[in-house]
Design a protein around this ligand. Structure first.
Ligand SMILES: *Cc1c(COP(=O)(O)O)cnc(C)c1O
Length: 405
């Protein structure tokens, strides 16, 4: 069975983790700092704050932005649940805007049209690894006083050109915070893990505070003990801690961070291999009737299609099921029987029963259409050329066998 996604672990990753297991620190040790520093450098961001997983990273971003009850957060419906759920965790209301029909990323025009009073943040997703139109999205959001959070869980290590200038995902000015996940199915893994990067020192400080119980240990950071006239005896310094607001235990351990450091060294090769596989698929499927290969949104396409170095997380084909005369469940079943795993990315979040109770699907036509057409093929760096050829020929064979092409 060729799964749709899979981690890539080698002996250097294993050795890195074993080294931590033999060391003094399993958590709160030096590997966490080293991973954060390396990750910030890779993105070209000032600060990187690691945490337990991508969902925790989104939750921390909401908390750091001081979003709460009475506020609204708008996101794309074509994403994993966590991009919306993070707003629910802090008591905010979630809204959805439509997606760009070409890229499946959040559409800036729809964002502006559907804007509602009280919206404090936009969560834009780099769908499949393609950066959303962050320049346009940030213009809409910032003109209306909202913060921009880029959910780059699909796009770690990606670079793109915009108006002739190269930018790195996590390093550009159009997001206030950028969020990553290191789940095994993602491009870089720590087992479970997440990261928020930002250039804003205040946000970085709040993210660190909130991931560890809202607790400060450094006397200089105390707001009460020091100022209220309570003299802190010299020998107590380093023993005292102070909680300024309730936070969480969302820390990443040194075991995870060590795997992250090792994977970060291999990230560039992962991105390259994923790109190669995407190119092989594109060559094979571009002339197939009723099937549409992934395309770049105009903000990327206008720069030239070969000038970006995108970090493809997913390979999402679009199928004209009616024209092909086969249903998606039928094709999924046939591919699985032939040894090829697939996934649907995504069912629009507003169709999930919990969201459907208060957000009826109303006029998000692009999201409905791209969701219905989508099916993701296997994509991971350890796929061999033979694996890729196998997926290609099995898919074409199944479409031929059912009389679809
Ligand atoms: C994976 C993912 C998340 C959540 O990350 P976890 O580490 O699994 O919590 C959030 N948003 C998107 C778009 C994702 O793909």
């Amino acid at each position: 069975m060729i799964p749709y996604g899979k981690q890539s672990i080698d002996e250097s990753d294993i050795a890195a983790v074993v080294e931590v297991l033999r060391s003094d620190f399993l958590t709160c040790g030096p590997k966490v700092d080293e991973f954060e520093e390396g990750f910030a450098r890779m993105c070209g961001a000032k600060y990187a704050v690691s945490c337990a997983n991508g969902t925790a990273a989104l939750h921390l971003a909401m908390l750091a932005a001081k979003i709460g009850a009475g506020d609204r957060v708008v996101t794309t419906p074509i994403t994993f649940l966590a991009s919306a759920n993070c707003a629910v965790y802090v008591g905010a209301k979630v809204d959805f805007a439509d997606v760009d029909p070409v890229s499946s990323c959040l559409c800036p025009e729809s964002l502006a049209e559907r804007w509602r009073d009280g919206t404090k943040a936009v969560v834009a997703v780099d769908f499949a690894g393609q950066p959303a139109d962050m320049q346009a999205i940030s213009t809409v959001a910032r003109e209306r006083g909202a913060l921009v959070i880029e959910d780059a869980c699909h796009a770690v290590g990606g670079k793109f050109r915009y108006q002739g200038v190269e930018h790195t995902v996590g390093g550009h000015e159009w997001a206030d915070m950028t969020v990553f996940s290191f789940h095994p199915v993602k491009t870089l893994t720590t087992g479970e893990g997440g990261m928020v990067v930002t250039n804003n020192s205040e946000l970085a400080e709040r993210l660190r505070l909130l991931r560890c119980h809202g607790m400060v240990k450094d006397q200089q950071d105390f707001v009460s003990f020091g100022q209220s006239g309570t003299a802190i005896a010299e020998e107590q310094v380093g023993q005292l801690y102070e909680m300024q607001e309730p936070g969480f235990n969302y820390r990443l351990s040194d075991i995870h961070a060590a795997l992250g450091i090792s994977q970060l060294k291999r990230l560039s090769s992962f991105v390259t291999r994923r790109q190669e596989i995407v190119n092989q698929y594109n060559d094979a499927f571009s002339s197939l009737e009723g099937v549409e290969i992934p395309r770049l949104g105009s903000w990327l396409e206008n720069e030239g299609s070969d000038c970006h170095r995108l970090s493809w997380h997913l390979y999402v084909l679009r199928f004209d099921w009616a024209g092909l005369g086969i249903s998606r469940p039928e094709l999924i079943k046939r591919l699985r029987a032939a040894g090829v795993g697939t996934q649907v990315h995504y069912l629009p979040v507003y169709l999930q029963p919990w969201y459907a109770t208060y957000f009826p699907s109303n006029g998000l036509d692009n999201a409905d259409a791209v969701s219905k057409a989508a099916l993701s093929l296997p994509l991971y760096p350890s796929m061999t050329d033979a694996d890729v050829d196998k997926v290609i020929s099995i898919l074409i064979d199944e479409l031929v066998a059912t009389g679809s092409v």
